[in-house]
Design a binder for this molecule. Structure first.
Ligand SMILES: Cc1ncc(COP(=O)(O)O)c(C=O)c1O
Length: 429
């Protein structure tokens, strides 16, 4: 299907997607709302919420080999690793590990590199990342083990400065921690172009990708990207609070995570601390099944049951096409407002919308981010976020304590998007 055909099909089925999120138009108190805060956590899809409860009721806590209920838990863990692997187009489920959050997964991963990163090495973090993919590397590998930490810059218009990043890589670069998209600006980082260049300069460099912000917006393919590790969070893909970390199996095998001595010392189990949260895993599985259902809805025809990675690709490509349309509406709308009154950070030219996710950091002259947030809520029930969003862009590069961020997901309609613009227009009038 061409992009216009896909977009028109998406708009046709959008009401069906919206119905899967019963909390979309009203909050817990019944207040009418427009939820533009998916960057801080998407809404949970109906089946993912129900799956939590079902699993808590029915699943045996621990896997085992003898009676049906414990065998079911063992199979269930592999099933969820399998569907998560397919979502990322990972070659095998053994590379998937589960953690209480992505922040915890990345601390755990950094600790597991003891012996591998030393004082003679350097590592690279960036000013476009979420701090969850900065602090573990700086504090553990840098301050503790003595590796030199290098920081890749961000350009004026909110992109990663790729030339600067590549100038920092040398044969002693042991690790590059990099995001797939900025949770502050929405900028997508072209990892498929950057990683091969990094590997030319430092063949042994490990690349750890934070895909948390991008995961709800477009396809992810760890094989095409050729990264070594990649993390996503369940609550940013319509499911539960949970960290999912994928790693190349042969590299995971070489790492030495801190673990309880009696726990299984093999990949993937050695990375998981304590018992798995079955209710959260079931909810994650249901959230990913929702995306497979989306693949069928956007068509053409039903996706092949034997090629789940292709079905995820189809769903996420359709979502990305639709969200680019939302970005077009926003960026064209913002361009019509007085630039002296409203500033949008990052990529702002509508023609470049495919280089960004629909996440918009905004400043209104003469109003604090908290005031803007309050105005949007009071005027039309629009929910946005303020604060630094743990984004190195604001926290470090721009040194801003707070900025307003409106973050969209595929369940937001064009009408709601226009309401947001109308509110901004009132604010700047
Ligand atoms: C881009 C990005 N990376 C990492 C994280 C941390 O994820 P978690 O809350 O699962 O620790 C977040 C959470 O906001 C995020 O937006």
């Amino acid at each position: 299907m061409s992009d216009p055909q896909l977009l028109s099909r998406f708009l046709e089925v959008l009401p069906r997607f919206r119905r899967r999120f019963p909390q979309l138009e009203k909050d817990v108190h019944g207040n009418k709302r427009i939820h533009l805060n998916s960057g801080a956590g998407t809404l949970t899809v109906d089946t993912a919420a129900r799956a939590l409860n079902e699993a808590a009721t029915w699943l045996n806590s621990l896997p085992g080999e003898v009676y049906p209920a414990e065998i079911a838990t063992k199979n269930f863990h592999w099933q969820i690793r399998g569907i998560a692997a397919d979502f990322l187009n990972a070659p095998q489920p053994e590379g998937i590990t589960f953690h209480s959050s992505t922040s915890q997964a990345l601390v755990n991963l950094a600790l597991s590199m003891r012996g591998l990163i030393r004082g003679r090495n350097n590592l690279i973090v960036t000013d476009i990342d979420h701090m969850a993919n900065v602090s573990p590397w700086e504090s553990i590998a840098g301050r503790w083990w003595g590796a030199e930490v290098r920081r890749a810059r961000v350009t004026e218009d909110g992109r990663l400065d790729t030339d600067h990043l590549l100038s920092l890589v040398d044969p002693k670069t042991a690790l590059l921690a990099l995001t797939l998209a900025s949770n502050g600006l929405g900028t997508i980082v072209p990892l498929e172009e950057i990683i091969p260049e990094v590997r030319k300069k430092s063949p042994s460099c490990l690349v750890c990708v934070d895909a948390v912000h991008h995961a709800l917006h477009g396809p992810i393919d760890v094989q095409a990207m050729d990264c070594d590790f990649l993390a996503v969070s369940g609550y940013k893909i319509f499911g539960p609070v949970l960290g999912v970390l994928w790693g190349k199996k042969d590299i995971l095998d070489r790492l030495a995570p801190f673990r309880v001595e009696t726990a299984r010392n093999e990949t993937p189990f050695k990375f998981e601390q304590g018992s798995l949260n079955n209710a959260a895993l079931a909810s994650l599985g249901a959230a990913l099944q929702y995306l497979l259902w989306v693949a069928g809805e956007v068509g053409p025809g039903a996706p092949s049951k034997d090629d789940r990675p292709a079905a995820f690709r189809r769903a996420m490509a359709a979502i990305s096409t639709y969200e680019r349309e939302l970005s077009r509406i926003i960026l064209e709308g913002l361009a019509a407002l007085d630039p002296e009154k409203i500033k949008c950070y990052g990529i702002v030219h509508p023609a470049e919308r495919s280089r960004r996710d629909p996440t918009f950091a905004l400043e209104v002259t003469g109003r604090s981010p908290a005031e803007v947030k309050k105005f949007l809520w009071k005027s039309r029930g629009i929910q946005v976020a303020d604060g630094n969003h743990y984004s190195a862009v604001f926290y470090r590069h721009l040194g801003k304590d707070s900025i307003c961020r409106a973050s969209f997901a595929h369940y937001i309609s064009p009408e709601e998007t226009r309401e947001f613009l109308a509110s901004l227009a009132e604010l700047s009038a």
